[in-house]
Design a binder for this molecule. Structure first.
Ligand SMILES: *Cc1c(COP(=O)(O)O)cnc(C)c1O
Length: 197
């Protein structure tokens, strides 16, 4: 199965919700049951399993169809922003991880900096909506039962941050943001070495 989020902040969005695809007929039938109160399409109001109501409305789906028609442009617009950041901040950006069979897209442009919290604070002080990335998954209370050592995840979770990324972000603003990132990194100093670098 593949899953897609169409949350409001994604490159392709329906405001909220998402979709799942599969080439397995049995899984598809189960998903159709789950999204619609556990009712089969063949037997209305007969509940085969305990389902939920995850149906997308036609109104929302119409937005999604419009988005998919603009898919190439929407993805290209975000990639332009990401590539520009990459040019301006080569030291903070890692190469795009992309399988040979895939085409890259970009959700939010992510950089890695020493003393991330201080850098984020400085950028926010300059009116830039920079955000630290999420904590490593094993630090989430819901996954507290997971044991193990995850040094790479922890190093990245402690050093990575998102820069503003949306298709209409103008080049002069990207330049402004990149200049402030460079200045902030210089100002706050080197911090601890990144062990995974
Ligand atoms: C959007 C997103 C999610 C959440 O998707 P939902 O549709 O809100 O459930 C989770 N992880 C990543 C990396 C995402 O980009």
């Amino acid at each position: 199965m593949s899953t897609f989020s169409f949350h409001a902040n994604k490159a392709v969005t329906t405001g909220e919700g998402g979709s799942a695809s599969t080439n397995d007929a049995e899984l598809a039938a189960t998903m159709r049951l789950l999204v619609n109160h556990g009712m089969t399409p063949e037997e209305p109001y007969v509940h085969r399993i305990l389902g939920r109501k995850f149906r997308m409305t036609n109104l929302v789906a119409a937005v999604g169809v419009g988005q998919v028609q603009r898919w190439d442009d929407l993805v290209a617009a975000r990639l332009r922003v990401s590539e520009r950041y990459r040019e301006l901040l080569p030291d903070a950006c890692s190469g795009p991880a992309c399988a040979p069979w895939a085409r890259r897209s970009c959700w939010l442009h992510t950089i890695r900096v020493p003393r991330r919290t201080a850098v984020v604070d400085r950028l926010r002080g300059a009116g830039i909506d920079a955000r630290p990335i999420w904590p490593a998954l094993d630090r989430q209370p819901v996954l507290a039962h997971v044991s193990g050592n995850f040094p790479v995840a922890h190093a990245i979770a402690g050093a990575a941050m998102w820069l503003p990324t949306y298709g209409q972000l103008r080049d002069d603003k990207i330049q402004y943001i990149a200049e402030h990132v460079t200045a902030a990194v210089t100002d706050v100093g080197p911090g601890e070495a990144l062990s995974h670098a």
